[in-house]
Design a protein around this ligand. Structure first.
Ligand code: HEC
Length: 113
């Protein structure tokens, strides 16, 4: 019994002594609010993406729903925004809260709502 107690104490000590930096990660899909393409996604794209991803841009004209929807469905959008997080390219930054909104919208089927 004493050994068990010692063992548990060591485990607690190990966990207790861990420090961690809180990273705001995109929300789990089941905690998402309903996202609107028009009200939520378009303003994010306009502020962070369409400067490059504008009309005629070969890697996606994100002023159009079709171009964004295509990349939401084939996984490329999630990959760049949530997994690799390399869009928008450095030195530009985009808050995690907006990455979360995009991730939620993708998980809801990227509707044109
Ligand atoms: C400074 C210019 C710039 C900005 C701003 C930018 N991008 Fe990009 N993006 C690029 C370039 C250049 C490529 C093509 C090269 C590559 O894939 O890295 C690209 C590629 C992509 C791709 C891959 C497209 C494909 O079909 O392969 C996605 C998805 C993407 N960007 C999403 C975004 C999103 C979403 C934003 C806004 C949050 C954004 N980008 C902002 C320049 C930009």
């Amino acid at each position: 019994m004493k050994k068990v107690f010692l063992f548990l104490s060591l485990i607690l000590l190990a966990f207790g002594s861990c420090t961690y930096t809180k990273v705001e990660v995109p929300a789990k899909e089941d905690t998402c609010d309903t996202i609107s393409y028009a009200n939520d996604i378009v303003p994010i794209m306009t502020a962070n993406c369409t400067g490059c991803h504008g009309s005629g841009f070969s890697s996606g004209d994100f002023t159009t729903y079709a171009a964004i929807k295509l990349r939401a469905d084939n996984g490329v959008l999630k990959n760049r925004i949530v997994t690799q997080r390399d869009m928008p390219p450095a030195p530009a930054t985009m808050p995690d809260s907006l990455r979360t909104i995009i991730n939620c919208w993708i998980s809801q089927g990227a509707p044109n709502n």
